[in-house]
Design a protein around this ligand. Structure first.
Ligand SMILES: Cc1ncc(COP(=O)(O)O)c(C=O)c1O
Length: 480
């Protein structure tokens, strides 16, 4: 299957008709940037020359020459009968495939690790464990196996959904080993090799890798500065025959976008119409910093939804407690899949989370305050030291998604490492090669460290060697 793009959509992405001469070079350059940063992913069939020429308002010869130039530069290939299809010149080396792994194991190494977006644990953590220990004796009398989770925590998670406008009972909740554990369970239960799955580009790599591991064929749906392109989703659902989708509507990692209630309703209707299973990762839902409140959970708009969540962003990653919520009729296959992966999550950690949840109002408010100050510090430092970079200030999530003036994310990350800053390049977040004009920068470290990192990044930017990525096997490991 080859993805297509309509002449109107491509014309919108290309912007105004080129004014520079020769016009074909301007069109080719604009197309190259779109392919490089993933807004037109590699593997997209471009509109016919005539259709694009008419829509953009240039001559057909201009588009013919622009396509030829792209092909010459390795950004497209053309085959008789199948038109011009976008490509990346060194697709294999730019493929950001690979799950995120932690890079630095504690200690003061002098290196700033910006690969991991995690906040410090709440001050209530120690007391929560102490209180959990007081409940412990009751649990020690049992076998210790709770493949669906400790009942009291399942009830608390269900009550939270009900409070957010999605009536839920404890039998619709399973406690998992982190949200990534929930990804693995959902994909093992419902995906078969070759199933087409629509997902955001960029997206959170570890979720996407869990799906890929079970053989799903990933179809990237670009998310840009304005968010989701629902026209494109509505067109892609029937055309691709997608069986499932992975969505992050709540402060999407890495862009920080929040899907509005209206968008949830519209996308939910489209998924219902095509009977597509939605896997919705709402791990970041509690990371609101400011701006509008979070709309109702996506599952309120589409019943065939498996919602994944976890305590890593709301409380602490070290708890390793997550959950999934699904309609009761999907729970059988999910429970069966879970026991092929593990037989439950640690009981003490579940009890500690239960204690922490009793203090959620305080915890969320104080984390938002810390996150706001760190976000604003990083935005200001980038403005000052790297004014050529562009970023949207997100209302939540834990990262900035930066647009670079050139498609040099990977060589820049190589250069930054020499200055003691470890970063994830844009392609790491791409289901398919692309996103070289982007960089994810978490704002979760303390303010002085973020300011120091901005200085170091500015020095690295100043001495950037755009050819460097060809010589490096960049496998920056990341986790969150
Ligand atoms: C969207 C998303 N899902 C899941 C995770 C990881 O969740 P957990 O630590 O609960 O496995 C992260 C961590 O960054 C994330 O951003």
């Amino acid at each position: 299957m080859t993805r297509t793009i309509s002449p109107t959509r491509l014309a919108t992405l290309l912007g105004r008709a080129p004014e520079r001469h020769p016009a074909y070079r301007s069109v080719a350059e604009a197309l190259r940037l779109l392919v490089d940063d993933g807004r037109v992913p590699a593997g997209t069939r471009l509109p016919s020359e005539r259709a694009l020429a008419e829509t953009v308002g240039v001559s057909r010869a201009t588009v013919t020459r622009a396509y030829a130039l792209l092909t010459e530069q390795g950004y497209a290939s053309s085959r008789r009968g199948s038109g011009t299809v976008t490509d990346l010149p060194d697709a294999a080396s730019r493929d950001g495939r690979g799950a995120l792994m932690p890079r630095i194991e504690g200690g003061d190494t002098g290196v700033v690790d910006l690969t991991c977006a995690v906040m410090p644990p709440p001050v209530q953590m120690h007391t929560a464990y102490e209180q959990a220990l007081t409940r412990w004796p009751t649990y020690l009398q049992g076998s210790g196996y709770y493949p669906l989770g400790v009942p009291a925590l399942r009830e608390a998670v269900a009550a939270r959904y009900t409070q957010r406008g999605l009536p839920t009972s404890a039998d619709e909740v399973m406690i998992t080993s982190g949200a990534v554990g929930a990804h693995a369970i959902a994909s093992r239960a419902f995906l078969r090799p070759g199933d087409r799955l629509l997902l955001d580009s960029p997206t959170y790599p570890n979720g996407m890798e869990a799906l890929r591991a079970d053989g799903a064929r990933l179809v990237a749906m670009p998310v840009d500065e304005t968010g989701w392109d629902l026209d494109a989703w509505e067109a892609a659902l029937p055309r691709t025959g997608a069986r499932a989708t992975l969505l992050l509507p709540d402060y999407q990692n890495p862009t920080g976008h929040l899907m509005s209630e209206g968008e949830r309703a519209r996308l939910g209707r489209a998924l219902t119409r095509h009977d597509v299973l939605a896997v919705v990762d709402e791990t970041l839902v509690e990371t609101r910093v400011d701006g509008p409140g979070v709309p109702s959970p996506f599952a309120a708009h589409h019943r065939r939804t498996i919602t994944l969540g976890g305590a890593s962003k709301s409380h602490w990653s070290g708890l390793r407690v997550g959950w999934l919520r699904a309609p009761a009729r999907l729970m059988g296959p999910l429970a069966a899949a879970r026991t092929t992966l593990d037989l439950g999550s640690p009981v003490l950690e579940q009890l500690a989370l239960l204690e922490l949840m009793a203090h959620d109002d305080e915890i969320t408010a104080s984390r938002a305050e810390v996150a706001r100050s760190r976000r604003d510090t990083l935005v200001a430092a980038l403005h000052e030291h790297l004014p050529q970079w562009r970023t949207r200030v997100p209302h939540g999530g834990l990262c900035l998604w930066v647009t670079l003036p050139e498609p040099v994310s990977t060589p820049f990350v190589v250069a930054a490492e020499r200055h003691g800053v470890i970063l994830a390049p844009g392609p790491r977040f791409a289901p398919e090669p692309g996103l070289e004009r982007h960089l994810r920068i978490p704002f979760t470290l303390p303010e002085p460290t973020l300011r120091d990192a901005a200085h170091r990044m500015a020095r690295a930017w100043a001495e950037l060697d755009p050819g460097a990525h060809a010589r490096h096997d960049l496998a920056t490991p990341l986790i969150a």
